[in-house]
Ligand binder design. Structure first.
Ligand SMILES: Nc1ncnc2c1ncn2[C@@H]1O[C@H](COP(=O)(O)OP(=O)(O)O)[C@@H](O)[C@H]1O
Ligand SMILES: [Mg+2]
Length: 261
């Protein structure tokens, strides 16, 4: 069974059709890299998968179960269960500035435990704290448990954001250009954490401009342009031997930028 299947996902903002029938599928433990020029719809795709935007049309199936099925003109409900299928790490980290590192991690699971208390299935405060400490260890931030986001570097903040996303144990973890807001010397520490997650068999979708990284960690790569998947395949197929003129042009611009850096 596939971990994720996305069928004919469509999204428009007014007259602007941003996603024009996206189709994806991922096995458990697979890593998908999404590349493409700015404005092509990559962020909108991740936001639709995380239900921060509602796709107008299409279906999202996780572990064989349809968690979202939109039919044009009809309102579509999103269950909490569907929302928990996906986690998202944002380009700008989006930590809660008023909370310490450990509080950032504990907030969502604590709210979930409150909801579950009546059912008797809730995690205790101690259990949540223990998991948070464990995840901070995984991302190498044990010494920052009580720090506030403003006291951390960008790379450290992004590692907290990754640990926070993992607290709700999503089936599929999504990253939207996780290193593009970082100074070059800080990208390595974040990419290393993501590579570690890959080695522990996590299913991930990563929007990135880091082509070397995509080549190294992705099982599949898709090139998105103007709301469609213009090209897809292995990293070798898409990044080394691309077929369409659009992706060739895109890659030559990226390569040129890298040479200039
Ligand atoms: N909330 C929104 N309202 C209106 N238009 C939007 C909104 N979000 C994105 N768009 C438009 O959707 C298109 C794709 O944007 P985006 O998904 O951010 O692309 P990418 O991440 O590939 O750069 C752009 O034309 C953008 O202006
Ligand atoms: Mg984007």
């Amino acid at each position: 069974m596939k971990m994720l299947e996305v069928k004919n996902l469509r999204k428009r903002f007014g007259d602007n059709e941003v996603l024009k029938g996206i189709e994806l599928s991922l096995d458990k433990g697979e890593v998908l890299a999404i590349i493409g020029a700015s404005g092509g719809g990559k962020t909108t795709l991740l936001r639709c998968l995380n239900f921060l935007e509602r796709a107008d049309e299409g279906e999202i199936i996780v572990n064989g179960k349809s968690v979202y099925h939109a039919v044009p003109g009809e309102k579509t409900e999103v269950t909490p269960e569907a929302q928990l299928s996906f986690g998202l790490v944002f380009q700008q980290f989006n930590l809660f500035p008023q909370y310490s590192v450990i509080e950032n991690l504990m907030l969502a699971p604590t709210l979930r435990a409150k909801r579950q208390r009546s059912e008797g299935t809730a995690e205790t405060h101690e259990e949540i704290r223990e998991r948070a400490e464990q995840l901070l260890k995984t991302v190498g931030l044990t010494d920052k448990v009580n720090a506030y986001p403003c006291q951390l570097s960008g790379g450290q903040q992004q590692r907290v954001a990754i640990a926070r996303a993992l607290m709700l144990s999503p089936d599929i973890l999504c990253f939207d250009e996780p290193t593009s807001a970082l100074d070059p010397e800080l990208t390595g520490e974040v990419l290393k954490v993501i590579r570690g997650l890959r080695d522990s068999d996590r299913t991930m979708i990563i929007v990135t401009h880091e082509m070397e990284f995509a080549k190294n960690v992705a099982d599949k790569v898709i090139f998105v342009a103007d709301g469609i998947i213009e090209e897809e395949g292995t990293p070798e197929d898409v990044l080394v031997n691309p077929k369409s003129e659009k992706i060739k042009a895109f890659l030559s611009i990226i390569n040129k930028e890298e040479l200039e850096d």
